[in-house]
Design a protein around this ligand. Structure first.
Ligand SMILES: NC(=O)c1ccc[n+]([C@@H]2O[C@H](COP(=O)([O-])OP(=O)(O)OC[C@H]3O[C@@H](n4cnc5c(N)ncnc54)[C@H](OP(=O)(O)O)[C@@H]3O)[C@@H](O)[C@H]2O)c1
Length: 319
């Protein structure tokens, strides 16, 4: 079968497109014929070796896919040939990736795509939506009525956070470019702040129960100042600061909780899948700007993903 793969980690030039062996269907696995695969930062980190995780070589790149069930392992339940399904946890921790004609996925990592949902819009959304869902439901353990600050809210993860936080009954403040205020209000933001404004202002001290910075540019010390007693800073990307004064964090009983979806458990991924599918059925979380490329152009998709650019679309590879 055709696949985009690497024989060692490194630059984009390492990505090859060609023939590899078809996957074997073990008893608890399902062979899926791929429809589309998204390209996210994490895929470039794994390809380059920046994010260390065991992978088999030749390694087929890619983590998130939507496809059609092609063959069913003897010990699987709930799937039949022809079902449209998705996974978002292949291509790390020893598992092959998904940028290939066929993929063998353990049944625990495979979910049905709700009827009528466009596979391309869905695959574009999966990584940021699952991150947002696990972050709020499992890491932040949010409670109705809590006040959340979402920085970089107009980005891919940020918009999913706003949309889900709204569904979960939080009071939402966002930072973004003012051009994005309208869309953020539509998604559920109660207050919008220009990310160029000095933060926190006098009346933004000790306000927020939860703070998530998706941009990696917000000052962590300032965020600690804005944190309420017992508040949690949820960290999905490193903050630009070497040393912090931990006194205010300690006296407010605050927490900084790091999270990478690569360490999410099967149970957490399943919880996220239920949340995502529920939102997909309502037509939510499907608003990413998508740019599609042929599977053959996986290396170009990685190149585009690695470029520093404002308002990058989600790159999706299609067969
Ligand atoms: N830990 C995990 O499991 C996990 C999972 C998924 C993603 N991530 C990481 O999360 C980060 C966000 O991903 P993404 O796909 O959402 O990126 P994105 O779409 O590029 O969003 C980043 C947002 O930050 C905004 N921004 C830029 N400068 C800012 C500032 N000074 N203050 C506040 N906001 C600012 C950008 O606005 P403009 O467009 O106006 O500049 C943009 O809307 C990435 O680092 C990604 O690697 C981590």
């Amino acid at each position: 079968m055709k696949a985009a793969y690497i024989t060692e980690c490194g630059s984009i030039k390492n990505i090859q497109y060609g023939d590899v062996d078809n996957p074997i269907c073990r008893d608890d696995e399902i062979i899926v014929k791929t429809i589309c695969v998204s390209v996210n930062n994490v895929d470039t980190f794994i390809r380059s070796g920046k994010y260390k995780t065991p992978i088999p070589f030749p390694f087929i790149i890619g983590r998130d896919m939507v496809g059609v069930v092609h063959e069913i392992g003897k010990a699987t339940k709930g799937f039949k040939i022809g079902d449209i399904v998705w996974t978002n946890s292949m291509g790390y921790d020893g598992r092959q990736g998904v940028t290939s004609e066929f993929v063998s996925v353990n049944q625990d990592r495979l979910y049905h795509l709700p009827k009528g949902v466009d596979p391309i819009s869905a695959v574009a959304s999966l990584h940021s939506s699952a991150t947002a869902a696990i972050l709020l439901a499992e890491i932040g353990k949010v409670r109705i009525g809590e006040k959340i600050l979402i920085q970089g809210a107009a980005g891919h993860v940020g918009r999913k956070l706003v949309s889900l936080a709204k569904q979960m009954g939080l009071s939402i403040t966002t930072t973004s470019n003012p051009d994005d205020f309208e869309i953020l209000h539509k998604l559920g933001a109660d207050n919008t702040i220009d990310y160029k404004e000095t933060f926190p202002s006098e009346n933004q001290r000790e306000v927020f129960d939860l703070i998530v910075d998706t941009s990696g540019k917000a000052n962590l010390q300032n965020n600690i100042t804005a944190l309420n007693i017992g508040g949690r800073i949820l960290m999905i990307t490193p903050a630009p600061i070497d040393t912090i004064d931990t006194w205010p964090l300690y006296t407010k009983m605050g927490q900084i909780l790091g999270f990478v979806i690569s360490h999410a458990s099967i149970e957490q991924l399943k919880i996220a899948a239920e949340i995502i599918n529920d939102q997909f059925k309502k037509g939510l979380l499907l608003d990413d700007d998508v740019y599609t490329l042929d599977f053959k152009h996986a290396s170009q998709a990685h190149e585009l993903q690695e470029k520093q650019a404002k308002k990058k679309p989600k790159y999706v590879l299609v067969f």
